[in-house]
Design a protein around this ligand. Structure first.
Ligand code: CA
Length: 510
């Protein structure tokens, strides 16, 4: 009896020691949050102050070139979970892809290693989550107000604003967790995704501020750029619809919310209808409403990041929790006259990524190496002392978190976007990206190669592909693209279904 008690005590001590040595992981992940809308990233336009996200960066590290593999919600999420490109995890687009939940993911491996795993918020991978002790997700895209959610397979309903609710549910889970185990908590916001509705308390949050315009708001898509630029369908001039402009209310408002909505948006919309702007004035009006509303949702995120950090402190978890704030991709905030994402261009290719890990990451660090959401899985496994499977395609960022710059770190990155023609008509393209250049191949109903030079033309408004002075650069980049395709086992041609259900212009589907 005495011996059994002793053994039991020893094993309890062993579990507690293991838990203490392995960090908890709080992974806060938003949807469509561009770096331009985080003050720590120093956007020239100074669009917003985000003190709580900035605090993570200030007390940890800010990665300045975290790139996505495929700038779209579902595909990026599948890459985060699997550490693999779309062509290997099977999730290419948001139109007809369905995540195969039987494949290996980092939450499954952490769970098998003794972590308690939880996911709350936006999931967007069609199949139910696997690998989580607790999951509570928005169905599909979810809605901003009074969102239904699915908790471990059962429908639950809420009244209120989606970012608050996701945070409330995450904090509630943290409080009731099994304290003998380390945890992985994935908090996945819907915001600032379209239709970017701020909380009712934030409807007038910026007090009518007029936002500086980006230099390329009226881009004319010249300088050798191809059809992909001119034929897209994600621009403020033509595509920005009444729902995005808040000229019609979102569904699901209750009468009390609708009254608040009308009180703020009624006068704004009446003024718009009276002025009836056209041409450049209309683009300008749409840009201002877009910034007001989108950034209002970012304020809601930042306030709730503050609540999560306070909850960690209240639970005594701040010192042994690795905290990440990131997004599934960046977003155009008026650059090139656009909203949305998809492109290999900087605003949508780069995603925010800041990490706080007390005692392990030096406060106030920055890193400009080419890193990716592809690296998240291996990094978090490494942080937990769990061996990553050999077929994951990223690399652990642990040395970078320690402030090192490994000599053999990647100097080029492979990118591939597939979804076409709907929605948004952005041509499928693959690209090789380096610190200075991007060589992109647009295909489908076009066959256009474009070269961007971030040093000479950071706004990416010139295609240098026909400039003879770049001949050698282009040759080297084509060779690098071929090398990356081989390294990542990219098939010669993607399956037709990778692009969605509809034919390309001029194409017949069987
Ligand atoms: Ca997204």
């Amino acid at each position: 009896m005495c011996l059994r008690l002793f053994v039991c005590l020893l094993s309890t001590i062993a579990i507690a020691a293991a838990a203490a040595s392995r960090p908890n992981i709080l992974f806060i992940f938003s949807d469509d949050h561009g770096t331009q809308a985080i003050s720590a990233y120093g956007e020239k336009r100074h669009l917003i102050n985000t003190p709580n996200i900035d605090r993570i960066a200030r007390e940890g590290i800010r990665f300045d070139r975290c790139l996505v593999t495929n700038s779209l919600c579902g595909p990026s999420r599948a890459t985060v979970l699997t550490g693999k490109y779309s062509h290997l995890n099977g999730f290419y687009n948001n139109t007809n892809s369905r995540f195969d939940g039987s494949q290996t993911t980092f939450p499954k491996l952490l769970r098998a290693a003794g972590y308690q795993t939880a996911l709350v918020g936006k999931w967007h991978l069609v199949s139910d989550p696997t690998g989580f002790d607790f999951w509570e997700i928005l169905p599909g895209q979810g809605q901003y107000f009074n969102p239904p959610m699915i908790r471990n397979g059962e429908k639950v309903t809420f009244k209120g604003y989606v970012t608050d609710i996701i945070t409330d549910e995450s904090i509630a889970w943290l409080k009731q967790r099994d304290k003998t185990k380390p945890f992985l908590m994935m908090v996945q916001n819907k915001a600032p995704h379209g239709e970017w509705s701020p909380a009712m308390r934030d409807l007038d949050w910026d007090k009518g501020r007029v936002y500086p315009e980006p230099e390329t708001l009226f881009d004319t898509y010249d300088n050798g750029r191809g059809l992909a630029w001119r034929d897209q369908d994600l621009n403020l001039a033509k595509t920005f619809n009444e729902r995005l402009a808040k000229l019609v209310p979102p569904p699901s408002l209750d009468p009390e919310q609708r009254a608040l909505w009308d009180a703020y948006l009624g006068p704004r919309n009446a003024a718009f209808r009276k002025a009836a702007p056209t041409g450049r004035d209309l683009v300008r009006w749409r840009y201002q409403t877009y910034m007001h509303d989108y950034l209002g949702t970012v304020k809601g995120i930042d306030d709730n990041v503050g609540r999560l950090l306070a909850a960690l402190e209240a639970e005594g978890l701040a010192d042994n929790t690795l905290v990440i704030y990131a997004s599934d991709q960046g977003f155009f905030l008026g650059e090139h006259g656009w909203y949305d994402k998809r492109w290999v261009l900087e605003p949508s290719l780069r995603t925010p990524f800041v990490v706080r890990w007390p005692g392990r990451v030096k406060p106030g660090s920055t890193n400009g190496d080419l890193v990716s959401v592809l690296d998240f899985a291996q990094t978090l496994l490494d942080a937990a002392g769990v061996q990553a499977p050999a077929d994951m395609q990223g690399r652990s960022l642990m040395p970078l978190l320690r402030g090192e710059h490994p000599k053999d770190w990647r100097t080029s990155f492979y990118y591939h976007f597939y979804e076409f023609p709907t929605p948004n008509r952005v041509r499928p393209h693959e690209a090789v990206v380096t610190q200075r250049y991007k060589l992109a191949h647009y295909y489908g109903d076009v066959d256009d190669w474009e070269l961007y030079d971030l040093k000479r033309n950071p706004l990416e408004t010139i295609n240098f592909i026909s400039d003879p002075s770049y001949a050698e650069v282009i040759q080297d980049l084509k060779a690098e693209l071929a090398r990356l395709r081989a390294q990542y086992h990219v098939p010669p041609k993607p399956p037709r279904s990778a692009h969605g259900n509809l034919p390309f212009p001029g194409e017949k589907l069987n």
